[in-house]
Ligand binder design. Structure first.
Ligand SMILES: [Zn+2]
Length: 247
């Protein structure tokens, strides 16, 4: 039997005559080896994979997802153990990441906060209670260190945004008097204040935003809403003396 001594065979794909070791074992086949050589079979598998790359990737994703779900507890425990082991390094790495990706870090922090809102608020309270003195000292120091810078900034901002200053002022006064309802249309209110600014600039004279029905009338009190606002000259406003007539 010549075949018993055969140490090589021809590949059915590349037609090369190769030694038997280069063909995968298969009991059913001639010489106990497959008809295609390993390198041809590998090439076929690679081609099958690249031809169906999307399906293959999807398959891998599904597989790793189910794997993670199935072994969730074990994976978490392992990650925690690893984290503890490399804690210092991890903390440094995280700080570096936050410094390099401030926006992503902020988003992650907010996402975490919204997902765990009650827990965060409670933890924050506990932390503040525990570190009350340090916290107060820190915020006092920060306030003192930045007071001048802050004043400077708000002076500049006020100079650049006079219409917003006027609007905020009206809003603050209305809030103080509890005359600023939740349903007030802030966009419309902003428009009135912007218009006042445009008019003041254009006519080179001071216009005021006035509440048609005063916020603190003797008999009726108006609301801080856009249809209770009118633009008057400063003189008109100061001579008005809140004479809204009440029937
Ligand atoms: Zn071959």
């Amino acid at each position: 039997m010549a075949e018993a001594h055969t140490t090589s065979k021809q590949c059915t794909i590349c037609k090369q005559v190769l030694t038997l070791e280069l063909f995968p074992k298969n009991k059913e086949s001639k010489h106990g080896r497959r008809g295609q050589c390993k390198s041809c079979l590998n090439a076929m598998a690679r081609k099958r994979y690249t031809d169906n790359i999307d399906r293959e990737r999807e398959k891998q994703k599904t597989y790793s997802r189910t794997y993670r779900e199935k072994h969730r507890e074990r994976l978490l425990a392992r990650a925690r153990a690893l984290y503890q082991k490399n804690r210092v390094k991890q903390v440094e790495k995280a700080a570096l990441y936050r410094a390099q990706n401030p926006d992503a870090a902020k988003k992650a922090r907010l996402d975490y906060y919204y997902r765990n809102r009650d827990y965060c608020i409670q933890q924050n309270k506990l932390y503040l209670e525990k570190n009350r003195e340090a916290y107060l000292a820190r915020s006092r120091a920060y306030y003192i260190a930045n007071a001048e810078r802050k004043r400077q900034y708000s002076r500049e901002w006020g100079r650049d945004n006079p219409e917003k200053v006027a609007k905020n002022c009206g809003k603050r006064r209305a809030a103080l008097l509890q005359r600023f309802p939740q349903w007030a249309d802030e966009v419309e209110i902003s428009r009135v204040y912007a218009l006042r600014q445009t008019m003041s600039d254009y006519f080179k004279t001071d216009f005021h935003v006035d509440h048609i029905i005063p916020l603190r009338g003797r008999k009726v009190s108006g609301l801080h809403v856009h249809n209770n606002l009118q633009i008057l000259t400063a003189e008109q406003n100061l001579s008005k003396g809140n004479k809204f007539k009440c029937k």
